[in-house]
Design a protein around this ligand. Structure first.
Ligand SMILES: [Zn+2]
Length: 280
């Protein structure tokens, strides 16, 4: 079954005109989804790293176990510089840590930064890429995140999480065998992100009516398509327990109005609809 994002990547990779009248651009060049993707991703590294060069690979102890070790095993013949952060306690994506990692990247002089992980590791790798100018790849370990191709990263600055402009991952590898083994609660985090796009769709239409905001039917339908696929998949899941349901509700309310920034990064949600969503 084709995935909805394949059409988007085909349309907008490197920039393309849209029926909505605007040009959109997707920074990701390759998005691999399926079984055996760890191997196919790692073998593509040869096209990115010249002879004598290296790749700098960031993971933590958990994501190294989940995917990093196997991905590296398939990257035969290419020099890898590994940085494995502690798994417990979980790394905190502070700007200080980003800068420390960026210093290590500059010392290693890689052709590419590879982040093996989901939220925190992906954001750290993307922002170290932004700081150093070295392109980055994402090797996904959980479906909890919908921001691998986002041009922003959630980084803690002076004690507060900030959404900072950052470097998009040019290569995204999602091995379904890895995703299937991720903790169940991370699945619900991702499901909440996807279901929130239904609310985002309504919010966008409301903004179009009230403020004449630009509306892109292609992106809107793609977002709805992801929600529909997630709902269909959830129907085949085992019965849920209370805790993951609470995570799902929290994730939906947190992300409800945030999903359209890809189309209009400068746009803020309507205050009235945002508070209405969060209150449920
Ligand atoms: Zn458009």
């Amino acid at each position: 079954m084709p995935y909805f994002f394949e059409d988007l990547v085909h349309r907008y990779r490197g920039g393309g005109s849209c029926p909505c009248g605007r040009n959109h651009a997707i920074g990701a060049k390759d998005v691999l989804v399926g079984r055996g993707v760890l191997e196919s991703s790692a073998t593509m590294l040869g096209g990115e790293v010249p002879a004598g060069g290296c790749a700098w690979v960031l993971s933590d102890e958990r994501t190294e176990e989940a995917a990093g070790r196997e991905w590296k095993r398939h990257a035969r013949g290419i020099r890898l510089v590994s940085k494995i952060l502690p798994g417990e306690p979980k790394p905190v994506p502070t700007i200080e840590l980003v800068r420390a990692l960026a210093t290590e990247v500059r010392a290693a002089g890689p052709s590419v930064i590879v982040g093996v992980g989901s939220g925190v590791i992906a954001d750290l790798a993307k922002h170290a890429s932004h700081e150093t100018g070295v392109p980055n790849w994402a090797v996904v370990t959980a479906a909890s995140v919908d921001a691998y191709s986002s041009a922003t990263a959630a980084i803690r600055v002076e004690g507060y999480h900030r959404t900072l402009p950052t470097a998009v991952s040019e290569h995204i590898a999602c091995d379904l065998d890895v995703i299937a083994k991720a903790p169940r609660e991370l699945f619900f985090d991702g499901l909440g992100d996807l279901l929130a796009k239904i609310i985002s769709h309504l919010d966008w239409k409301l903004a179009r009516l009230m403020t004449d905001e630009h509306y892109c039917p292609v992106i809107s339908e793609a977002s709805l398509g992801s929600s529909r696929q997630a709902l269909a998949a959830a129907g085949h899941s085992p019965p849920t327990r209370f805790r993951p349901c609470a995570r799902l509700r929290t994730r939906c309310s947190r992300r409800g109005s945030a999903c359209r920034r890809w189309a209009d990064p400068g746009r803020r949600p309507l205050p009235s609809t945002r508070s209405g969503i969060s209150g449920r």
